[in-house]
Design a protein. Structure first.
Length: 540
């Protein structure tokens, strides 16, 4: 009996195989951490309810919750679209002293958690907020005149103005590339500026507007912490209803039914998002020759411009400034630093965010590299649909499912759950640079080496390094700012900084909550900005 001689594997190839095997195991763990909790959260919906526990749901109650959630998400998205479209016009078409500051708002929703913005609104517009105190002092009022915050429209205002930079960023990029030929032709034919905007400019911007509004709708649809803090009487959202049914009243069948409805609605929205992105990509592929230069603000635009900037300053800048004002006193920081749970929460945040960012980055790059090599021409749309699936599942649903599996939350379940929901964002940031690699380069790499891993490590990894840095910073900020999963998992004797902030706000210690929130915001912004600067340096 003869044996074929074993070929010696070079150390470099052995290291590549080891790294690839570890990445595949990590991807499998993330996939299981998504599928198993999702199944555990949804399966009780088709089971017979326990005879010992009354079902708190019912079709009418679920429909009422769905209507309220859709109304809140649609109203918030409409407000974000209106504010974002107006801001995009000034960023893309007008030159004025505050344009760069307005454009810089685009990074706020990406690196500042929504919990921090909610704290800013409490500090600015709450019953004991700065604005109410000022109005009471000026007009000698006994009660706070501004009470809109703890209502349906308060939630809409907070979410709309928090998310408007996402619309502004996407639409402004497209608006800045639009040519002036069609608009000039319409002016020659006698069309007014209003008619030109409605019939020429708006149809050209519509794919970008839809592409920006659908993610904003999902963020508002899945909103949890803002609704929990400003819970309006007379209605609740699906997220809050799922949390109360699964954690407070322990009606797991009702929680599963609500989770099934929420996930189905979100998945339908994501399919529309995929279609809108294709149309937006085709629009970006057009050649816009002779783009119109930025002009100074005209006299007729002075009043609308001032009104728009005042609204943005009042409902976007003022809450952020209020956080700094509430935490600028030394006594506040002394009380915060003296709390026993502060430094453990800070340490836990750093550890979990770093672990989550690392897992998301490895998983996202692995799938991006697989998709680039396996489907370079996009012939298999199902492969591109897979990263959309986690975006249709909320943190509360994932937390309820993970709790059903592990019974008692732990750090590993928290990190895996966050990674299972966040890795698609890392994938999207890394697939873009990989998709720009010329196919001839990949074909040449395959001819020079029969090992596919050589192509991954020698071509894809160097090309995608800038996207890896950006993705890692973004996933770190998302994980550090997430208070929903830590709250739902309820890990014993474990707090993250975001959950610590929520507990302080819930106990009406707003100043200390603002100080801890300011620290959390600075931490997220610092990591996000450092990763982006490293990315830009590598692109040079």
């Amino acid at each position: 009996m003869t044996f074929l001689p074993l070929r010696r594997i070079a150390p470099r190839h052995a290291a590549q195989y080891a790294a690839a095997s570890a990445a595949l195991c990590l991807c499998a763990a993330v996939a299981l951490a998504f599928l198993l909790p999702l199944a555990a959260a949804l399966l009780p919906a088709i089971r017979t309810p326990d005879t010992g526990a009354a079902d708190s749901g019912g079709t009418m109650a679920i429909l009422k919750t769905v209507r309220y959630t859709l109304a809140e998400a649609l109203a918030s998205t409409a407000l974000a679209a209106a504010a974002g479209l107006a801001a995009a016009f000034f960023v893309a078409r007008r030159q004025f002293p505050g344009r760069k500051l307005l454009a810089s708002f685009a990074s706020v929703p990406l690196c500042i958690p929504p919990l921090i913005m909610a704290l800013g609104y409490i500090s600015a517009f709450g019953m004991a907020g700065y604005l109410n105190k000022a109005l009471q002092h000026i007009f000698s009022l006994q009660e706070a005149p501004l009470t809109f915050l703890y209502s349906f429209w308060g939630i809409v205002i907070v979410q709309g103005f928090y998310n408007f930079p996402l619309v502004m960023m996407t639409v402004a990029d497209t608006w800045a590339q639009l040519g002036s030929d069609q608009a000039d032709s319409a002016r020659i034919l006698g069309a007014s500026e209003r008619r030109i905007f409605l019939t020429v400019t708006l149809p050209q911007l519509l794919p970008a507007i839809i592409s920006a509004c659908i993610p904003v709708f999902l963020y508002c649809f899945f909103s949890f912490m803002i609704v929990l803090l400003f819970g309006a009487t007379g209605g609740t959202t699906l997220e809050v209803a799922i949390y109360h049914a699964g954690r407070s009243t322990l009606h797991f069948r009702t929680a599963a039914q609500l989770a099934l409805v929420e996930t189905a609605c979100a998945f339908c929205v994501l399919l529309a998002y995929a279609s809108a992105e294709k149309k937006a990509a085709r629009a970006k592929g057009l050649s816009f020759c002779g783009t119109e230069p930025r002009k100074r603000i005209q006299a007729a635009e002075a009043v609308p411009t001032l009104g728009c900037l005042l609204l943005l300053g009042l409902f976007f800048l003022l809450p952020l400034i209020s956080i700094a004002l509430s935490s600028c006193r030394i006594a506040v920081w002394r009380r915060l630093l003296a709390m026993r749970g502060f430094f453990p929460a800070l340490r836990n945040t750093m550890c979990t965010a770093l672990l989550t960012a690392s897992i998301c980055t490895i998983t996202g790059f692995s799938y991006a590299a697989f998709l680039r090599l396996r489907d370079p021409s996009g012939e298999h749309p199902l492969l591109k649909t897979i990263p959309l699936a986690p975006m249709a599942v909320s943190s509360v649903v994932m937390g309820i499912g993970m709790t059903a599996l592990v019974r008692r939350g732990n750090v590993a379940s928290l990190v895996l759950a966050q990674a299972a929901l966040t890795w698609p964002f890392a994938f999207r940031q890394m697939y873009t640079p990989l998709s720009k690699i010329p196919q001839d380069t990949l074909d040449a790499a395959r001819m020079l080496s029969p090992r596919r891993l050589d192509c991954v490590f020698s071509v894809l990894l160097p090309y995608g390094r800038s996207g890896i840095l950006s993705a890692a910073g973004f996933c770190f900020a998302v994980s550090a700012g997430d208070a929903s999963l830590p709250l739902v998992l309820a890990i014993p004797r474990f707090d993250t900084l975001s959950l610590f902030v929520y507990r302080l706000a819930g106990s009406y210690r707003v100043d200390e909550a603002c100080a801890a929130g300011l620290l959390l915001g600075i931490l997220c912004m610092a990591v996000f900005n450092v990763s982006n600067r490293l990315k830009e340096r590598r692109l040079r």
